[in-house]
Each structure stands twice: as structure tokens, then as C-alpha cells.
Design a protein around this ligand. Structure first.
Ligand code: ZN
Ligand code: ZN
Length: 453
């Protein structure tokens, strides 16, 4: 194509602004805006023809009807729309008027060019408005998952703003028993608190089976500090309601929807949560995390370390207990799905590793036992045997009936790598805790990321 000849033909169709003209030649040369391309072609044609140079008024352009003069105005509208929102990254999308897109096609066809040659109006608009927003808001474009997404609807004359969620990673300790991880609505009254006109007896009229949950003791604080509309709790598995979560805690991510603040001080945030939870739950190792951190905490294979209070049917000898725990230490255990587990879950026999088993007698019929095992290992059944469904087990190895009377989870660790991978954080990642599979000499293994038991 002879560029100057093509430009003369395009110009002959009626007044065309510099941007609309230049956009046809967008794949020629670099480091130029389309408006610069258009103006340069007009100037070159005028010199070539030895005619006076006549600039075109963008408002008169029959292709865009003046929209290409509005880059600054749209950028300023975007900045105003997020004036009270804190964000670091953004992206711009444009809904172009169908008429304008039709005009673009007609312009090219009239000059005998391919209807899709050069750049589409939408791309130029996204870029030209986009590059003006950064300096106005002290933020940068992100084509992946930005904090803020602007959608410019030109026909509707609106700027839509999507403020994407913010994420806070941390580890929680649940210091009291009978607290579920997430809210547990009462089925009897469908969380209304009433059956007919009477308060629900099942939940004492509260609508929930438990007064507190880890979620309710943590997520609202993060929502308030980040000034969001709602918050969701995502845990790396969950312990039984009656088990405490102590030691180095369990990883979680709290997602705050539509936050107006996102670069919050996580040390202060931890203090705020801990004050709010009043000793029922504690958090630490907080860090500002990425969108991908949710799938990370939910999906990473994790081993668990437990501390169990065990009661025996008959007195046990210290040496016999030590020998029985030695036999379980490093053992591969076969577990048929326990009775107490949700019956909707398929009943199958699973194989799980016991990485470490230690313990000592408190008195002849009571012991404190610590077990570090692969994800999915049922510890209560490892102790009791679950009527032969778990093999080997502590009760059969000892030849004495044994029952877990209280269970604490003392550590949750990534099987092959720590949860605290810097790739999932927006700032410096928290330090991973000690005591994971590597530290206890575990073999590499594959597990499914189920709830621990
Ligand atoms: Zn135009
Ligand atoms: Zn109820």
C-alpha cells in the first residue's frame, strides 16, 4: 500500500480526525500515537502536493463523531470515580458504540482497504484513556488481575468501576473447643431462630448452632479495616468443632469484597483481630496476599500435627506405650472411612502415612500422645482402631482399649513446600513455621486435600 495515496483517499471521504486516520496505519512504525500518525500523514501529503496544511477538527470527524477528543475527559472521570478508593493497579475496557465500529469499517472499505486493517478504536481508546489514569491516580496498568477495573460505556456515557477483592493471609489458633471454623446455621429453624411463633429450641433462638465461629471472630475485623462490603473466610482445611487449633496455627485467607483500603498495616490488623476475638481465637503471620492465595491455601497438600488426650480401659505400662508408639512411628496405616464421618462421603479404604508418633503416660490409664501424619489421617481412629477399620492402631498394638478424649491440632504444614511462598504475597511473605514434613523426616507423599480429622 502506498501510505500517502491511501491517506489522501481516506481523507477524501469526509472530515476524519488525526486519530481515526492514524489508526488505519497503526502497524506502521513505533513510538507514535495514532493522532501523531494521522497528523504526520496529512502534513506529508500537503508538502508532497505543495498545498496549504489544513488541520481537521476532531469534533467534525464523521467516524468517531468527536469521541477521540475525549481521552482526557474520560480519564478524569475514571479518577474521580475512585477518588476514595485505595488501589495500586487498574485496567480499562471500553464498550465502543456500534455505529463507530461500523464507520471504521466503511472508512477502510471506501479507500479499498481491508476492513480490519490497522488498529480497532476500542484498543486505542483503552490505551489512550488508560495511560492518562496512572499519573492522575498514582497507580499502574495491570493486564492480569488489577485492583480496579474501569469499563467505559461510550453510548451510555458511564464509567463502571469494579473494585476487586483484597486478600489477607494468616494463621489462626482456636483456643476454645466447640467453635466451628465457619458459621453453622441451625437446620431446625433455617437460621431464623423461630419455629412458627416460638423461639427455636434446637439453637436457643439464635439461628446458629454455635455462638461463635473462627470466621465471625476474624473476617468482620478485616472487612472493617479495609472498608469493604463483605468478607469471606477460606481455610486450609478445618479441624473438628471440638478440637482446638493451637501451636503454629492453621493457614487461612480472608477475602474482602470491594475494599476501599488495601495496603493496611498487617501487624495492627492482627492486634485488632486478636482484641476482637477476646482470646477465643488468635491470628499471626498476617500478610497482604494475592488473588491466587485462596486456591493456594485450599489446595496445597498439608500434613497435620496433633496432640491427643487418650484414656485407656486398663492400666498401661510406660514401656509398652513407648513400644506401641514406636511401632506406629513411620507406619503406613489403612483406614476404612470412619463411622462418624459424613455418610455422603464415599466409604473407601485409604492409605495414610504416620510421620511421627510420640507420647507419655500422665497416669496408668491416661496418656498424652503426639502424632504427625499426612493430610487425611484420622487420628481418633488411629488411637481407638474404630472397631478394626483402622489398621494398625494404638489400641490393638497395646492390647488395651483406647479413646481420644480431647484433641488439639498443633501444626498444619505444606507437604512439599511451605504455605508462606512469597509468590502469593503482595509484600514480604511471613516466615513459615518449623515442624513441617521436612523437619520430621517425612517421605514425599501424595494426599488429597481433605479436611483433617
Ligand atoms: Zn475521529
Ligand atoms: Zn434453630
Amino acid at each position: 500500500m502506498n501510505v500517502l495515496a491511501a491517506a489522501r483517499e481516506l481523507d477524501a471521504e469526509g472530515p476524519v480526525c488525526d486519530s481515526c486516520l492514524g489508526r488505519v496505519f497503526a502497524d506502521r512504525s513505533h513510538g507514535l500515537t495514532n493522532a501523531e500518525r494521522g497528523r504526520s500523514l496529512r502534513v506529508a501529503a500537503a508538502i508532497d502536493d505543495d498545498e496549504p496544511y489544513e488541520p481537521t477538527d476532531t469534533a467534525e470527524c464523521w467516524v468517531c463523531e468527536g469521541v477521540c477528543a475525549e481521552f482526557d475527559a474520560w480519564a478524569e472521570r475514571c479518577a474521580a470515580a475512585v477518588e476514595d478508593v485505595e488501589f495500586d493497579t487498574y485496567q480499562v475496557g471500553t464498550r465502543p458504540p456500534p455505529l463507530l465500529e461500523e464507520n471504521e469499517r466503511l472508512l477502510r472499505e471506501a479507500a479499498g482497504l481491508d476492513p480490519s486493517v490497522g488498529e480497532a478504536f476500542k484498543s486505542e481508546f483503552n490505551r489512550e484513556v488508560g495511560k492518562r489514569i496512572g499519573p492522575l491516580t498514582d497507580s499502574t496498568v495491570d493486564f492480569g488481575r488489577p485492583d480496579v477495573q474501569f469499563t467505559l460505556d461510550i453510548d451510555a456515557d458511564t464509567v463502571e468501576v469494579d473494585v476487586h477483592s483484597a486478600f489477607v493471609y494468616g494463621r489462626y489458633r482456636k483456643l476454645e473447643r466447640d467453635i466451628p471454623q465457619t458459621e453453622w446455621p441451625c437446620n431446625a429453624c433455617d437460621r431464623s431462630g423461630y419455629v412458627g411463633s416460638q423461639p427455636c429450641e434446637n439453637c436457643g433462638g439464635t439461628g446458629y448452632l454455635y455462638e461463635h465461629s473462627v470466621e465471625e471472630l476474624t473476617a468482620p475485623v478485616v472487612r472493617d479495616v479495609m472498608d469493604g462490603t463483605d468478607a469471606k473466610f477460606h481455610g486450609a482445611g478445618r479441624e473438628d468443632v471440638d478440637a482446638r487449633m493451637v501451636g503454629t496455627g492453621r493457614p487461612f485467607v480472608i477475602e474482602v469484597l470491594e475494599p476501599r483500603r488495601r495496603n493496611v498495616d498487617t501487624d495492627r490488623l492482627a492486634g485488632d483481630i486478636n482484641a476482637f476475638a477476646e482470646g477465643r481465637v488468635e491470628v499471626d503471620r498476617l500478610g497482604l496476599a494475592t488473588y491466587e492465595s485462596v486456591e493456594r491455601v485450599k489446595g496445597l497438600d498439608a500434613s497435620k500435627r496433633y496432640r491427643a488426650e487418650v484414656t485407656f480401659d486398663e492400666p498401661v505400662d510406660e514401656a509398652d506405650l513407648a513400644a506401641a508408639l514406636d511401632a506406629l512411628d513411620g507406619a503406613t496405616v489403612e483406614q476404612y472411612t470412619p463411622h462418624r464421618v459424613d455418610h455422603r462421603r464415599a466409604s473407601i479404604t485409604r492409605t495414610r502415612e504416620v510421620y511421627e508418633a510420640t507420647g507419655e503416660l500422665d497416669d496408668p490409664t491416661h496418656a498424652t500422645v503426639e502424632v504427625h501424619g499426612a493430610g487425611g489421617l484420622y487420628v481418633k481412629e488411629l488411637v481407638s482402631g474404630d472397631e478394626g477399620r483402622t489398621d494398625p492402631n494404638l489400641a490393638d498394638t497395646l492390647g488395651v482399649g483406647a479413646e481420644v478424649t480431647a484433641l488439639d491440632v498443633v501444626g498444619v504444614y505444606g507437604e512439599t513446600e511451605p504455605f508462606e511462598d512469597p509468590a502469593y504475597f503482595r509484600e514480604a511473605a511471613p516466615e513459615p513455621p518449623e515442624g513441617g514434613p521436612e523437619q520430621s523426616g517425612a517421605r514425599e507423599t501424595t494426599t488429597d486435600p481433605r479436611n483433617d480429622r
